[in-house]
Design a protein around this ligand. Structure first.
Ligand code: WT7
Length: 574
């Protein structure tokens, strides 16, 4: 692409962050950011203390930290109130004998209690494992088993998806809800919290001690437990300041659920480390509800995802005009490629430049971004943060010149990089296979001015509505269905969801293709794994393309689907 053909939406001076990019890169040193935390007096640290308690003993004590609402609840909490509520959660867990390094899962919809508990887990030095509420039994079981979780906090509705009999290490099931719906051995969260003191000692930990486990999908095998440590806070705080551009008066809303990394790193850690007022909206997405939320709280900084912006775009300009969105001053996006069309639309209707940011569960925090004061090139993810060196590598690890497509790689380390994949060192090594670099699995190129342009995934991981789905996990579930002999799963391009899941299925003897069967198979995955992992399209085939070693060739399925050449078929079975 020639320089003169690049579309640019120029930066405006209204953002408070006046960082000069080149200057900031030159002067940058992570150790300057580290000095902002209290470990320089104690040698130890705790993210929950830095995010909450520190403010509760400052002039921010009575500042609103959390505005929470959903269709039935409407509450606000100050930093001091969050300190006390999370202390109660910490004491409740300690009383059960839970402590440093233990894995405690949270499996519940967004409510204030979810946030109290997550902070409480961190306060006692335990490791939080947040699970998205849509997960079904198989998905829950795999994650709890792999991590050896000792406790889970859930609801009467969701507890049925926790297969206790298959989880010998799970000692405590804490249920948030109506006491009448609890089993004898369940612990009632409300009572346990009510009994607990609201003063608690912080467990001071090392920066390298465990903080959170986020499970994410790869192209093969079960989901991987991406393990993050307390030191990640350095990058959460920094990016909250310079990328989210959080200022003392900001009302910030990140629309992601804490079941995904965006919902913790940027829905909890970054805003509260910066002392910002955080908006959490429970319930489901609807354009009216979201605009209403912005209008009601006068949201100033808004972090969301391309799939949501596309749905909002689909709801039309009229929907926007019914609300006063004039409080917005900074809008950001993450999770999948942000279409130039969406940027142009946002610029026209919200009068806001939507700032794309690139990062991954494994990276823990933002790495390549459009800064507030940076010219936006629609379609580009932006440029690496100060302190971050990104490059495009060929498969041998050579750095490629600008405009050449290859592996998007980041020079290691940075504060928020995952420290391991739980129970799976070999998987971790795959990311680090080229000395000194983290290999992301994305392909991209860099233009002559250092902007990075996303091209696609190198593996078969599907990105549907900004959520990563591993085809293997879906295929494994599909073949548990009595009618399914074999299944191959691909992502099919979709204008709103980015990709949708399409399954190619060969049937067992005695089964015939039919629409009812398709529906039954879809329901089977929905109920067994999760709604977002269920195929939206199913195509029956007599035979699936396989390598001689029996591996289903998703690449060929994808080529069929897109009517592209199938490429090298030398390894095809017959
Ligand atoms: C994958 C990571 C951590 C953010 C939430 C998703 C894709 C992420 C962008 C972007 C194009 C993007 C990549 C990446 N992705 N951001 N700005 N432009 N693609 O985290 O579930 O770990 O997924 O999402 O393919 O590898 P995740």
């Amino acid at each position: 692409m020639g320089k003169d053909t690049i579309e640019v939406i120029a930066a405006e001076a209204k953002q408070a962050n006046m960082m000069d990019y080149e200057q900031a890169r030159k002067e940058f040193d992570w150790s300057d950011v580290e000095k902002r935390f209290s470990w320089h007096e104690t040698g130890k640290v705790n993210l929950a203390y830095e995010a909450i308690d520190r403010h509760a003993t400052s002039e921010l004590k009575d500042k609103i930290a959390l505005h929470y609402s959903d269709p039935v609840r409407d509450e606000s909490y100050t930093f001091e109130q969050l300190r006390r509520e999370s202390n109660k959660a910490a004491n409740m867990l300690r009383k059960l004998g839970i402590g440093k390094g233990d894995r405690v899962f949270i499996f519940m919809p967004r409510t204030p209690e979810l946030y109290f508990i997550l902070l409480g887990i961190i306060k006692i030095g335990a490791i939080a494992g947040p699970l998205f509420e849509a997960f079904m039994e198989t998905a829950v079981r795999d994650r709890l088993q792999d991590s050896g979780a000792v406790a889970i906090v859930t609801t009467p509705k969701l507890v049925g998806r926790v297969p206790e009999a298959e989880l010998p290490e799970l000692k405590h099931i804490i249920v948030y809800g109506d006491e009448a719906e609890l089993a004898e051995h369940h612990i009632h969260l409300g009572n346990a919290m009510a009994e607990a003191s609201d003063e608690a000692d912080i467990e001071w930990v090392d920066g390298e001690d465990g903080l959170i486990l986020h499970y994410t999908s790869g192209s093969t095998g079960k989901p991987k437990g991406v393990y993050h440590v307390h030191r990640a806070m350095v990058q959460h705080e920094y990016t909250g300041r310079i990328v989210l551009d959080l200022q003392p008066d900001d009302i910030y809303w990140c629309t992601a659920d804490p079941g995904w990394v965006t919902g913790t790193s940027y829905g909890i850690f970054a805003p509260w480390l910066n002392g910002a007022t955080n908006v959490i909206r429970g319930g489901r997405f609807s354009p009216q509800d979201w605009y209403e939320t912005i209008q009601r709280y006068k949201v100033t900084v808004w972090y969301s995802a391309p799939t949501a912006f596309r749905m909002l775009m689909g709801a039309g300009d009229e929907a926007v005009q019914q609300y006063d969105l004039s409080s917005l001053r900074h809008v950001l996006s993450v999770g999948e490629p942000l279409n130039p069309e969406v940027i142009r639309w946002g610029y026209r209707v919200y009068k806001q430049r939507i700032h794309d940011t690139w990062w991954m569960t494994e990276t823990g925090a933002q790495l390549i971004c459009n800064y507030p004061r940076m010219d936006i090139r629609p379609g580009s993810m932006g440029r690496p943060l100060p302190g971050i060196e990104a490059a495009i590598l060929d498969d041998q690890g050579n750095v490629l010149p600008p405009l050449r497509m290859g592996n998007l790689a980041i020079k290691t380390p940075w504060p928020s990089i995952m420290r391991k994949i739980w129970n799976n060192p070999a998987k971790f090594e795959e990311y680090m296979r080229i000395d000194g670099w983290y290999i992301s699995g994305d392909s991209a190129y860099m233009d002559e001015d250092g902007y990075f342009w996303f091209q696609g995934r190198i593996d078969d991981v599907i990105n549907t509505s900004g959520e990563r789905v591993g085809p293997f996990e879906v295929e494994s579930k599909l073949v548990e269905h009595p009618a399914v002999a074999e299944a191959g799963v691909i992502g099919k391009p979709d204008p709103v969801r980015g990709e949708v899941i399409k399954a190619f299925i060969s049937l067992r003897e005695g089964y015939e293709p039919s629409d009812e069967l398709k529906q039954d198979i879809t329901r089977f995955v929905k109920e067994g794994l999760s709604a977002h992992a269920a195929p939206r399209e199913i195509e029956f085939k007599d035979k699936l393309p396989k390598t001689r070693s029996g591996k289903i060739m998703r690449r060929v399925l994808k080529a069929w689907e897109l009517e592209l050449p199938t490429g090298d078929l030398s390894t095809l079975e017959d």
